[in-house]
Ligand binder design. Sequence first.
Ligand code: SF4
Length: 362
Amino acid sequence: MLDQTLLKTSIFVHHTGPFVFNDLTNHLYKCDPEEQRLLARLSVAPASLTALAASDPDPQLAAHVRRLVSAGLLVPASKDETGEFVTHQVDIETCRQCNARCLYCPQSVAPKPRGVMTTELFAHVLDSLGETRPQWVALNHYGEPLLDPHFRDRVRMLRERGFPLHLFTNGTLLRDPLVEFLSDGGLFATVFNFPSIDPDEWCRLMRMTETAYRHARHAIERYLSAGGGRALVAISVNAQTPDREERAVRLSEHFSAFGPIEVFLEDSDSRAGAIENSLVRIDSKGAGQRFGGCARFVNHLHVSWEGKVFLCCQDYEQRVVLGDLRRESIAAIMSSEQARRLRAENAGLFHSLIRRSPRADA
Ligand code: SF4
């Protein structure tokens, strides 16, 4: 049966070297060169195992194809994948504002006005996930979650449901009692936006005061000393400057004295044109790594402070609204005609869909 089935690489597959990720199942696979070659080949032209075997001398060909099929990396060519969505990650905009004005962030050129999600709506959004167990929930869409007056209540609600919190913060408002509170657990990871250990440089990049710098630095030190919420603690080093690797090394040297920490370079980008200057790049770092489109539209839910589901984190102004969780389910929103069309465009299927559509004048 499989021998004759026309197969294609799923639009939900992306790769980094030998590591191949299925965005729909959220699983990572290590593929050997033959399997990588098959995925690349079937991402541009579907073929059956029989047809592949006619020109492929690989004695393991059938085993490779079966493994890729069972992992959902290869699917029948006739399968319409555009309606698929599984909630693995959730971004909820609990608070719109930020107290920083980082030069690499759209908040520095078009600051968002005040807006806080009610705790009732927050509970409703979490309830709308039903039986889904997300890998993590973040409380961001360019806002600083610690400005939120209901932050602790939300963390408690996440803990009650067993949803791990992925905390992204600039750390300036992370006072000692809050460090203690977060140390009780329930975290997936904590990521601090802290671009430099040098106070002058930090203040210039984040456009904040030296007092804020001291608060943030102390908060990270204290947080690490207290065990980092018993989860990964990381620093994202933003701003595309020639010395950013040097900044990362100095940050690592300083903070690793307080506890385990991961310091990584963040590819600050233009956020689809929302911010443009020499500190952000305009190209997509994902280019060339994907067989299909972006994972965001497959497994990542983005909810505004008003309960609207919008496209993704690159949609700073939340212009592409897919639905409203106050009135619709996640499944209905993410499999709507609009979502399917956008997912098809994102995966590069738009033109083939047009060709398959009946002509309006036929
Ligand atoms: S990068 Fe983060 S901390 Fe800086 S302005 Fe944007 S949202 Fe605020």
